[in-house]
Write a protein that binds this ligand. Sequence first.
Ligand code: PPS
Length: 293
Amino acid sequence: MQVPPAMANLNVTVRSSGIDFPGHLHTLQSLQYAQEFQFQDTDTVIITYPKSGTTWMQEILTLIYSDGDTLPAKTIPNWLRAPWIEHYYSESVLVNKSDHRILTSHLPYHFLAKPLKQSNAKVIYVARNPKDIVVSFYHFHKIANFLPEPGTFGEFLDKFLIGEVNFGSWFEHIKEWQSHRDELNFLFITYEELKKDLRKSVTKLCNFLEHPLLPNAVDAIVRHCTFENMKENKMINYTLIPKEIINHERGKFMRKGVVGDWKEHFTHEQKQAFEKIFQNEMSNSNITLNYPL
Ligand code: PPS
């Protein structure tokens, strides 16, 4: 696999379709590759806006497809076992994978629409309360040297609400994917659902994937995929990445893993402003988020 130097393109931003992407992981070519991606019917694609539970779903799906065997999750980094289609390295990683590929993407629907509609790949959209997303994203910006300095929380929140952050608008992302769900082999699941009842969520995922598991395999997945366990797993906690890229002295990727941390960050005014924009943006969508905002 071709790996660029550790410090490559940390300060580069790639803009495509009006959206900024970190140049450390994306190139115009890799974004083009994603738009022409050859999906297979046996693929499972995790779709998320960043900080929605991507890594958690990568871990759960790895364990579902290994029938509860924790070895792959403990020995292979998540970006090799469930690569982001749009990252510069994905083509070389995927060369060796044949069936039941787990793929990941943060891209808006319109990037993947054409190739996805030509296949029967399974799409799992993981959503999370956007108030918790913006908090998690803010803290991630402080440790990820390939993302811009976030400024204060209030400054970052303002940019998030108008979609002027890397990966674009959360509102557009969820609305666009949801409005095309009937054209796809699609499952919607939330971070809050995983948190509330991981066992039930694993069963729901197994049903969707048509991959039934014995109860002891489900037990192994539920045990392995708690926040406490996963935060120690070097294969997903990003401590394998040099600190010039993700500085773990400034904070952890596996930060808190809770629902409602926004309450520790938002002022009353920020909460009011957020909810007003949320109502405006989401009023004509038919999305029901099964958690209180
Ligand atoms: S990324 O960068 O987009 O891939 O990030 P992503 O994996 O989507 O989101 C990271 C947040 O998910 C939390 N996380 C978990 N929470 C609960 N349980 C488990 N097992 C788990 N695994 C990851 C992680 O801690 C980040 O959330 P915050 O709120 O920052 O803690």
